[in-house]
Write a protein of this length. Structure first.
Length: 73
């Protein structure tokens, strides 16, 4: 476990052990997911299609995939 401090600009530095675990480099995008009082930092997947593959058991409609892709930008 590591500690991060919120700066006066409301920024934090992701601790080295977390960056190493996610293989993050400068300029990489991450997802920040809020679940109640918990915050998850996830590595942004290279492929949206592969990231959600098999989640619903069948293919998503094309318009849903387009909406998902736009939400990542």
């Amino acid at each position: 476990m590591a500690t991060a401090t919120v700066s006066s600009k409301n920024q934090i530095v992701i601790p080295r052990e977390a960056r190493d675990a996610l293989d993050l480099r400068a300029g990489d995008k991450v997802l920040v997911v809020v679940r109640g009082k918990r915050v998850l930092v996830l590595q942004k997947p290279e492929s949206h299609r592969l990231a959600i593959r098999g989640v619903a058991g069948k293919a998503y409609p094309a318009r849903h995939l387009q909406k998902e892709r736009q939400s990542w930008e």
